[in-house]
Design a protein around this ligand. Structure first.
Ligand code: TMP
Length: 224
């Protein structure tokens, strides 16, 4: 007997370098879709559930300078496995549209292209952590890391919460490699990726993105 994994819902992930504007867009898109009868589950990685949020605080704490690249990779995979089990899989099985701020492509871009960890290790870990879940669409908000880092540092300075800046403190070259990694992933899978110019204004990006996404979400998922 053949076993088929059926993903009833629709899974959209948002990716990009620090400060590219994806978090602003994912919130706008969630409100826009709701206004068009599409109820979304809005979540993020690392995090999205209490255990993964605890892992997030270890990963992004700038005091954890001693965290080794391999330990960092394993923590991202652990957070993802928990998040999929608790949040993403149940929502997709229930036929929901899930919007996730970063997902498995971030691990390839940051830990492989950025940190230099062998791609095959990352692909194997992602394979197990993702448990068969794959994005239907990945929105890559592409932007020059110089522009993105300026925006990200302004946001951190204005925030009153914990300073989640371990990656913002990396050298520019690291962020350039991450950007190149994302663009490579998009070129390798053009049917899944939607690449948007992140140097445009919030309104311009939203206008393009909202139109394209709405036309791609299956009709039968509206008003779920
Ligand atoms: P955020 O700033 O978009 O919330 O993302 C948190 C940071 O974690 C960001 O610097 C990118 C990084 N990251 C990885 O390095 N690998 C991953 O797999 C994920 C999901 C995020």
């Amino acid at each position: 007997m053949r076993i088929r994994v059926i993903q009833l819902g629709y899974f959209i992930t948002f990716e990009g370098v620090e400060g590219c504007g994806k978090t602003t867009q994912i919130k706008l898109i969630s409100e826009f879709l709701l206004a068009h009868g599409v109820h979304t589950v809005l979540t993020r990685e690392p995090g999205g559930c209490p255990i993964a949020d605890k892992i997030r605080s270890i990963l992004l704490d700038a005091d954890n300078k001693a965290l080794s690249p391999l330990a960092e990779l394993m923590l991202y995979a652990a957070a993802r496995a928990q998040h999929i089990t608790e949040i993403i899989s149940p929502a997709l099985t229930a036929g929901k549209v899930v919007l996730c701020d970063r997902f498995s492509d971030a691990t390839v871009a940051y830990q492989s292209f950025g940190r230099g960890i062998d791609r095959s290790i990352i692909d194997t870990l992602n394979l197990h952590a993702c448990q068969g879940v794959k994005p239907n669409i990945t929105v890559l908000v592409d932007c020059d890391p110089r522009l993105g880092l300026e925006r990200a540092i302004r946001r951190i300075e204005a925030s009153t919460g914990p300073r989640e800046e371990r990656f913002e403190l990396e050298v520019l070259d690291f962020h350039q490699r991450v950007r190149a990694g994302y663009l490579q992933l998009a070129a390798d899978d053009p049917a899944r990726f939607m690449v948007i110019d992140g140097s445009k204004t919030i309104e311009e990006i939203f206008s393009v993105l909202s139109r394209q996404l709405l036309s791609r979400i299956p009709e039968d998922l509206r008003a779920v």
